[in-house]
Design a protein around this ligand. Structure first.
Ligand code: C2E
Ligand code: CA
Ligand code: CA
Ligand code: CA
Length: 277
């Protein structure tokens, strides 16, 4: 037993070393990857829950690393944030999402495109200009373009509210992502011109099994009604979660129950199928 214990310990050290190597490698290759187009976007459908019609998509970035394969944004976005490479990467993401939506638009497919924005990108003094550029370059009606920001953006509320006002002037829609997991107070939210609040998937998952999660979801929906924002549930994996949401006044959502994130071509097939019945 002693011997096994020792081996386990060594194994643990090696694992940690491997993880550090990997992080180091990602850090070292990120800049090159941005310059060499190693990223691509997937799009997860967002639906009207009652009719199951797709009204929009959320763009989600992936990294196709030449050595390490496909890497999740949960792993590389934090690294990109640390190094501020999230700013040029974020610009690429905006352009790519804008270009794709323009293609759909020209093909007669009207779908709202939501892009995730991290707090670091929000601090970029050029951020509003980047969004403006994408809207003009691809001639997109701004209401087809949305930004998903997390509550962490609200830490510098004075500065953020100015940026949010400027973005609203451009006509884009603003969502608060992962709602319920951060620190934002209701009073802060009520002062900002927010269009949508996304109920975090952790609450959605527990909504049908844990009464506390259920009442939390109900409270968020109530709050949304009072403060005039629309609700979107993320991470819907089961029919009964969708039913719970509809019964309690949340009529929009996304999740594996409907569709995982897909390539643009796959989304297009779904949209064409739906539109032609
Ligand atoms: P998020 O914005 O909260 O995105 C939702 C995540 O949940 C996505 O993971 C999505 O694939 C996943 N998901 C969708 N449906 C389900 C479901 O039914 N069950 C479960 N368990 N998960 C579901 P993904 O694509 O790995 O992205 C992870 C996070 O990385 C995102 O969380 C977001 O914070 C960040 N991220 C992704 N793309 C971008 C981007 O383009 N820019 C920035 N700044 N961050 C991004
Ligand atoms: Ca999101
Ligand atoms: Ca989320
Ligand atoms: Ca998240």
């Amino acid at each position: 037993a002693k011997k096994r214990g020792k081996n386990n310990y060594q194994f643990y050290i090696h694992e940690q070393g491997d993880m550090l190597d990997r992080k180091f490698k990602l850090e070292q290759t990120l800049k090159h990857a941005i310059e060499h187009d190693e990223f691509y976007l997937e799009y997860q459908p967002k639906l009207e829950l009652k009719t199951e019609t797709i009204y929009g998509v959320e763009a989600l970035v992936r990294w196709k690393h030449p050595e390490l394969g496909i890497i999740s944004p949960m792993e590389f976005i934090p690294i990109a944030e640390e190094s501020s490479l999230i700013v040029p990467l974020g610009r690429w993401i905006f352009h790519e999402a804008g270009k794709q939506n323009k293609k759909w638009h020209d093909a007669g497919i009207r779908v709202k495109m939501a892009v995730n924005v991290s707090a670091k990108q929000f601090e970029d003094p050029q951020f509003v200009e980047t969004v403006h550029q994408v809207l003009t370059e691809y001639q997109l009606p701004p209401r087809y373009f949305g930004l998903e920001i997390t509550e962490s953006v609200m830490q510098n509320i004075n500065q953020s509210s100015i940026i949010i006002q400027d973005l609203k002037k451009l006509g884009v829609k603003i969502s608060i992502d992962d709602f319920g997991t951060g620190y934002s107070s209701l009073s802060v939210l009520s002062k900002l011109p927010i269009d949508y609040v996304k109920i975090d998937k952790s609450f959605v998952h527990e909504s049908t099994t844990n009464p506390n999660a259920a009442s939390l979801v109900k409270t968020i929906v109530e709050m949304g009604k009072n403060l005039n924002f629309e609700l979107i549930a993320e991470g819907i994996e089961k029919q009964e979660q969708a039913e719970f949401l509809i019964q309690n006044g949340c009529y929009r959502g996304q999740g594996y129950f409907y569709s995982p994130p897909l390539s643009a071509a796959e989304v297009e097939k779904l949209l064409n199928k739906k539109q032609k019945g």
